[in-house]
Design a protein around this ligand. Structure first.
Ligand SMILES: [Zn+2]
Ligand SMILES: [Zn+2]
Length: 343
């Protein structure tokens, strides 16, 4: 079968690889669609290191073969999403139920001899617990959103968001929009802070109640106007660095919670004043990855009619065009380019 490998930054090649024999607890998946996430862009654009690298972690496909000891009810032909979880199930955190913090979740080698999740490939061998059945009605390209939906569901759960809450979302990229959709779905009124006009307009189309330009508008004043001077119950940082994080903390209402979802840089350290916690009883927390439970939820979210998920799939490419997909992913107008294996 063919797999796409990055031998170095700025280069991606389709090569022939032989998959190892499948184990009894594994499932062979015929890959149909793979999303391009910031994780893969990081390697392609040289921000992340470790080559050769096999990208592709947002995977949707069809079951081809099921190992004899796979516990769930899976059969060839089932439509599934696949997430590399590499959860040991035995470490302290797995047993505590914090499986996204598994101590033994080390780098995987799905393509023999190459680090990385390895979903940019025609076939994929996954552990049974990494495979989740989805509704037959879900198009393959929408299925790749299960991974970001699972991460954002974790973010929503940690925030404790409730009906009637005001939620500020910093950043209107794909992750910001998914936060917006799930916050709306949980009954919040959503304010998206995003410097790009085009993305603010898109956020409106996706259902934002308010959008603010944090560069040319006074974010705090706008938020206080919207919330009758109280601030937001929940804030989610998806992008924008230190300035956005500081703005989000200032925007919190009494007992408000900020969730740091997005990645930050070396210069994004910020000062906190203990008085904020003492008098305003605010919470600053964060999330990483997804849990088995939030993936299960994400698999269900994929077929909810009320979520306009298909609008996040901004372009599709054939496997041969994967490099063009990585380039497209950088465009402001792009949320999720998807590689379709049968295109
Ligand atoms: Zn992703
Ligand atoms: Zn573990």
């Amino acid at each position: 079968m063919r797999a796409a490998i990055m031998p170095e930054a700025g280069k991606i090649e389709l090569i022939d690889v032989t998959l190892p024999d499948m184990m009894e607890d594994e499932v062979l998946v015929d890959v149909k669609a793979v999303g391009i996430c910031t994780f893969e862009q990081g390697f392609y654009y040289g921000k992340s290191g470790g080559f050769p690298f096999a990208g592709g972690h947002e995977i949707c496909g069809v079951v081809e073969k099921v190992g004899s000891s796979v516990a769930q009810d899976l059969k060839p032909g089932d439509k599934v999403i696949v997430l590399s979880l590499t959860r040991c199930g035995e470490c302290y955190y797995c047993r505590k139920g914090y499986d996204n913090q598994c101590e033994n979740a080390k780098d995987v080698q799905k393509i023999p001899g190459v680090d990385g999740p390895g979903g940019f490939a025609e076939k994929f061998i996954a552990k049974g617990y990494e495979v989740f059945k989805i509704d037959e009605s879900v198009p393959f390209e929408r299925g790749i959103l299960a991974e970001p939906l699972a991460c954002v569901t974790h973010s929503m759960n940690v925030s404790g968001i409730n009906t009637g809450d005001y939620a500020l979302i910093c950043g209107g990229g794909a992750m910001g929009i998914i936060h917006l959709l799930l916050a709306k779905q949980r009954g919040a009124k959503v304010i998206v802070s995003e410097p790009t006009k085009e993305r603010r307009e898109k956020a409106f189309e996706f259902g934002a109640d308010y959008v603010v330009d944090p560069i040319n508008e006074d974010l705090q004043a706008e938020i206080m106007k919207i919330t009758d001077g109280r601030g937001v119950e929940k804030a989610f940082f998806t992008a924008g660095g230190k300035v956005a994080i500081e703005g989000a903390v200032q925007a919190l209402a009494i007992r408000g919670t900020l969730v740091i979802y997005g990645g930050t840089g070396a210069n994004d350290e910020f000062m906190v004043n203990p008085k904020w916690f003492h008098y305003k009883e605010i919470t600053i927390t964060g999330v990483t990855k997804h849990t088995k439970e939030t993936i299960r939820v994400a698999a269900e979210l994929l077929s909810l009619k009320e979520l306009p998920l298909d609008h996040l799939i901004t372009s599709t490419f054939s496997f041969e065009e994967i490099e063009a997909a990585l380039i497209e992913a950088r465009q402001i107008s792009s949320y999720r380019p998807v590689v379709l294996m049968d295109k």
